[in-house]
Design a binder for this molecule. Structure first.
Ligand code: ADP
Length: 340
């Protein structure tokens, strides 16, 4: 409703501007044309007046009055001009009405979509922040009500609270990262080795891979690119972390670094749960997480990782592609402009 009202309001403003210009031109055109017609008729009147008189003309036209004729002609011409200008302005009004509404809709639609996304984001973030707080509050309340609450119970309670605090910390950390990459702040572009960045990211997720006994097969190449080392390492940590998280134990992950004509690429292929075609269109949305019952995997996360990854890729004018098949695995490919 608000969007429709704003659209109509903007349409009205556009129409007012167009009609103001059109009317100003019409008034100017009317007065100039009327003046020119009057001038022409006067000249005509003078010529007719100065013509040699025929003998019997006054007999046929006893009330021949050039002044009156001129005024009549001037009136007729002015009326015709006015009607034409009114028609023209009416046509402009109808045309500008339609065009203005279309233009207003096109101008406001992206803004409306942006506001809608922002609203959803705020609601999702608040929900995610509330969940651990509610859990902590409930535990503390139960503990306070318990008359036999002892030191051991307190230790369990504090441990559980600490876990919730860690979750809050991770969430606020992810939100801050997202905001930072959206602004594109603190990004330093320099010549870096893609191999070094991927290796650094691997080191950060190695522990998780060891726990799940995941085997890595790497095909690396020494490719230099212009990029921000910190954010790119973050990008590959997110992708490798996901590949491990959504893979079964003792499976394989393949990392390939290569180069096409003008672009360097890193491909991360897992043999995990995979993603449905429908879900692939949403996985980069903030707070999107696939249905955990489908993958039968309970994994930690807030659905912010791939949103951050996408922002980092965009900052590097790159591209992120996903190919996935349910129960077979996923391939995430990052394409970045290579340094020639
Ligand atoms: P999170 O992993 O914290 O849920 P992400 O933004 O990193 O958030 O991922 C969004 C969703 O995309 C995940 O919930 C998961 O369903 C899906 N996804 C991402 N990477 C993979 C992968 N390698 N295999 C299967 N599903 C994946």
């Amino acid at each position: 409703m608000k969007f429709k009202n704003a659209c109509l309001k903007l349409t009205l403003y556009y129409i007012l501007i167009v009609m103001f210009i059109s009317n100003t031109f019409s008034v100017a055109l009317y007065s100039i044309s009327a003046h020119e017609i009057n001038f022409g008729l006067r000249r005509q009147e003078r010529i007719l007046h100065d013509l040699p008189r025929f003998e019997n003309v006054p007999e046929f036209f006893p009330d021949l009055d050039f002044e009156k004729m001129r005024l009549e002609q001037l009136q007729t011409a002015k009326r015709a001009l006015l009607i034409n200008l009114l028609r023209f302005n009416l046509a402009i009004l109808i045309l500008s009405g339609g065009l203005s509404y279309w233009l207003a809709w096109r101008t406001l639609k992206p803004i409306e979509e942006m506001l809608e996304t922002q609203k959803r984001f705020t609601a999702d973030a608040s929900h995610e922040l509330r969940t651990p707080l509610t859990a902590m509050k409930a535990e503390i309340e139960v503990g306070l009500r318990d008359k036999n609450f002892n030191a051991e119970n307190a230790r369990v309670l504090l441990k559980s609270n600490l876990e919730e605090i860690e979750k809050l910390e991770n969430l606020s950390g992810a939100l801050l990262k997202l905001a930072r990459y959206e602004e594109g702040k603190n990004i330093v572009f320099e010549e870096i080795s893609l191999e070094d960045v991927v290796a650094e990211a691997y080191l950060r997720v190695e522990k998780l891979a060891v726990v799940k006994e995941i085997n890595f097969e790497n095909t690396f190449a020494d490719i230099k690119i212009k990029g921000d080392k910190v954010s790119l390492t973050e990008l590959f940590v997110i992708l490798l972390d996901n590949a491990i998280k959504y893979s079964p134990r003792q499976s394989e992950i393949l990392i390939t670094i290569g180069k096409t004509d003008r672009r360097a690429y890193v491909e991360i292929k897992d043999r995990g749960v995979g993603i449905t075609k429908e879900e692939v269109t949403h996985i980069f949305d903030r707070f999107y997480r696939s249905d955990p019952s489908r993958s039968k995997m309970k994994t930690d996360g807030y659905g912010l990782g791939l949103a951050i990854a996408q922002k980092i890729v965009q900052l590097h004018k790159g591209e992120i592609k996903v190919k996935s098949e349910l129960s077979k695995g996923s391939v995430f490919t990052i394409l970045l402009p290579a340094k020639i």
